[in-house]
Design a protein around this ligand. Structure first.
Ligand code: AHM
Ligand code: MG
Length: 347
């Protein structure tokens, strides 16, 4: 009996094939971005395989020590940082990198060709969760370089989110997923650890119309501004909002964002109006807020610092912090409305 080979073939949508298919819709594309995304997917596989074995560190050796294979065991966030760097420093695709783990921009070694993209990343966000076996993530964002030729510059990295060419994240959870956008919707891929490949599992992700969750570290509520307190009350069904959301907070931004993308909801990490020095929240504009804001917009959602779209903000320094409200559009716009109404004197 003849097998219908085409029907079988059509079902195997690897990340490589998907990225190539998307590239073919842009005849002007050179393939460099395609390969860069694939390099990131490869880094994600390395990091996923290490993350899965994190609990074995005590058995196999701790940081700085030799494990039983005679290898020096690295902390996972350092490992993630080095892996992303080493897979991208020599390809001729990247002009400069910046990582949440490094103070300054990371240049491409002079003996390698500098490419046309700036790659910024948070190699392992939420890494304090590793020891307790809770999901962590990698966030990445890609800008076209602004400088012309030679080594990439700080300015290549400090660009507003609206100019991003691509952004995405990897969540290392009960399964490993890579979710990315090149400005043509948001697409999710799940790693099959048996074959070591990402397969398309969540095409065209959109925030559902009806939200289920709000996500915030409520322990800090006493330090919030009146606007944020009133907003939280509204999310909880106060002020006749008609909402009946549940609270979910993992404390791992990628995992919290990912859940809310699938279920509908809002994540926020406000400025702490009553805590000196914490007026900008905790999260970083460049490595965390802007890439996720790009994805949120592509999925029909929205991200704000409470007063303006995150995507419109141009970072002035690599590690600039920003309050973040992100998720289902209507819920984020409501945060802006509460802040405008109650917090005008603080702004
Ligand atoms: P990190 O970059 O040091 O890992 O911190 C970022 C993490 C986010 O993943 C998470 O949303 C936030 O810190 C949680 O902070 P808190 O414990 O203050 O609620
Ligand atoms: Mg982080």
């Amino acid at each position: 009996m003849m097998t219908d080979r085409r029907a079988f073939h059509d079902k195997i949508m690897t990340i490589e094939r998907y990225i190539l298919d998307q590239q073919s819709e842009h005849p002007e594309a050179t393939g460099i971005l395609t390969n860069l995304l694939y390099d990131i997917a490869l880094a994600a596989k390395f990091i996923a395989s290490h993350t899965n074995r994190a609990g074995l560190a005590d058995i196999l050796g701790s940081t700085g020590e030799m494990n039983v294979q005679g290898e020096v065991v690295q902390k996972l966030d350092e490992y993630a940082e080095r892996t992303i760097y080493r897979l991208n420093d020599h390809t001729g695709r990247v002009a400069v990198m910046a990582s949440e783990e490094e103070d300054d921009i990371i240049p491409i070694p002079p003996h390698h060709t500098a490419g046309k993209y700036a790659l910024v990343y948070d190699p392992l966000d939420g890494s304090s969760n590793i020891d307790v076996n809770v999901s962590v993530g990698t966030i990445f964002a890609i800008h076209r370089r602004k400088s012309e030729g030679g080594a990439g510059t700080l300015e290549d990295c400090l660009q507003p989110g609206r100019d991003l060419v691509a952004a995405g994240y990897v969540v290392y959870g009960s399964s490993t997923m890579l979710v990315y956008s090149t400005g043509n919707g948001v697409h999710g891929f799940t790693l099959d650890p048996r074959v070591g490949e990402f397969f398309l599992s969540h095409p065209n992700l959109r925030f559902p119309a009806k939200a289920k969750y709000y996500s915030v570290n409520q322990a800090y509520a006493r330090r919030w501004s009146p606007g944020v307190q009133a907003y939280t009350d509204w999310l909880q069904g106060g002020q006749e909002s008609g909402l009946s959301l549940s609270l979910r907070y993992i404390g791992s931004l990628v995992a919290d964002f990912h859940r809310n993308l699938l279920t509908g909801g809002v994540f926020y990490y406000p400025a702490e109006a009553r805590a000196p020095g914490k007026g900008s929240g905790k999260l970083r504009l460049l490595y965390e807020a802007a890439p996720l804001a790009f994805l949120a917009q592509q999925a029909g959602g929205y991200a704000s610092d409470g007063t303006q779209p995150i995507l419109e903000m141009t970072p002035t320094s690599l590690h600039q912090r920003v309050p973040l409200y992100i998720g289902s559009r209507d819920l984020v716009e409501k945060a802006e409305a509460f802040i405008a109404q109650y917090d005008a004197q603080l702004l």
